[in-house]
Design a protein around this ligand. Structure first.
Ligand code: IPM
Ligand code: MG
Length: 360
């Protein structure tokens, strides 16, 4: 297969981790006979510096023309002034919207080799294998808002949802649950918020088409607690944008380190394609404190390439080869600093990438 992948390396450790991910894709190409072309584009702080905007039009066009998009991370203190007109994060949100990536898949799987790296007790963690699906283009992130002006001290964001926005992401979650344990937990705050009551109503309606999937409604505050108390009792979880953002940072701690968690942001299938356009990125940020030092964990980005191969290119065997290679390297006892425990061999970003590539 020939595929074009847009690479948005971004800021901070973004370029370091995407370099390793490309190494893995090249190894996959060599072993399975595919040719991947990389189209490097700018988004985030680097784009503000180079073009004066966090999301240049050329980047959006390149992404729309590509088979998939691989993203490192965006942001950093340099662009963080409260008075800034543009921000790296705005570029990411605008890109999600422009590509209509309404569903964000965040699998949280504990690699048993890393159980000691988690802050949570091993007996609570045993069997954790979650797929959190976060709605990505609606809610408070995109609803009408008012910024506080120089003199005004009033500001608001609006958690706005429409029926079709809820329907499509719940349907995607139901399909995912069908392919897994046939259980779906829908997160909301229906005891307080009107948008959550609509969320619940639409979810119940959609799920009538999936009588084989068991549906449970969980209030978001209770979910924050259950994720720590009994994480293994959940399988597929679906939540609106802001709730999903918060809960997935929490859930990442179940996997030991944020440095291990990949994500896929998907839209609808495109005309002429069997598979959706997707944006693949680690769930961690740009980590400006360690940028340029060669010590970042590239595994979340490498595991994101597995999701890219699976969801946007339909290459399941290749995706599994990447996941198996990561497992094999962890079994070997090799670790980056963030997941190291006594007795393990600590390596930098590049060596970790080389070791995984060698196992493809
Ligand atoms: C995430 C991040 C982003 C978000 C930021 C960087 C805008 O936290 O992908 O979870 O809030 O969606
Ligand atoms: Mg987040």
């Amino acid at each position: 297969m020939d595929a074009t992948i847009v690479v948005l390396a971004g800021d901070g450790i973004g370029p370091e981790v995407t370099n390793e991910a490309k190494k893995i894709l090249d190894a996959v190409g060599a072993r399975f006979g595919h040719s991947f072309a990389y189209d490097h584009q700018m988004m985030g702080g680097c784009a503000i510096d180079a073009y004066g905007t966090s999301l240049p039009d050329a980047t959006v066009e390149a992404c729309l023309a590509a088979d998939a998009v691989l993203l490192g991370a965006v942001g950093g203190p340099k662009w963080d002034l409260p008075t800034a007109k543009d921000r790296p994060e705005r570029g990411l949100l605008a890109l999600r919207k422009a590509l209509n990536l309404f569903a964000n898949l965040r699998p949280v799987k504990l690699h048993p080799q890393l159980i000691a790296a988690s802050a949570i007790k091993p007996e609570v963690l045993a069997g954790v294998d979650l797929l959190v699906i976060r709605e990505l283009t609606g809610g408070a992130y995109f609803g009408p808002r008012k910024e506080a002006g120089d003199e005004g001290y009033e500001a608001y964001d609006t958690m706005l949802y429409t029926r079709p926005e809820i329907e499509r992401v719940v349907r995607l979650a139901a399909e995912a649950a069908r392919g897994r344990s046939k259980r779906l937990a829908s997160v909301d705050k229906a005891n307080v918020l009107a948008s959550s009551r609509l969320w619940r109503r639409v979810t119940v309606e959609v799920m009538q088409e999936y009588p084989d999937v068991q549906l449970e409604h969980v209030l978001v505050d209770a979910m924050a607690m259950h994720l720590i108390r009994r994480p293994a009792s959940f399988d597929v979880v679906v939540a609106e944008n802001l709730f999903g953002d918060i809960l997935t940072d929490e859930a990442s701690m179940l996997a030991g380190s944020m440095g291990m968690l990949p994500s896929a942001s998907l839209g609808d299938k495109r005309n002429g394609h069997d598979l959706p356009l997707g944006l693949y990125e680690p769930i961690h940020g740009s980590a400006p404190d360690i940028a340029g030092q060669g010590i970042a964990n590239p595994l979340a980005t490498i595991l994101s390439t597995a999701l890219l191969l699976r969801h946007s290119l339909g290459l399941e065997q290749e995706a599994q080869a990447v996941e198996a290679a990561v497992d094999a390297v962890l079994n070997q006892g090799v670790r980056t600093g963030d997941i190291a425990d006594p007795g393990s061999e600590v390596v930098g970003t590049r060596v970790m990438g080389d070791l995984v590539a060698a196992r493809i």
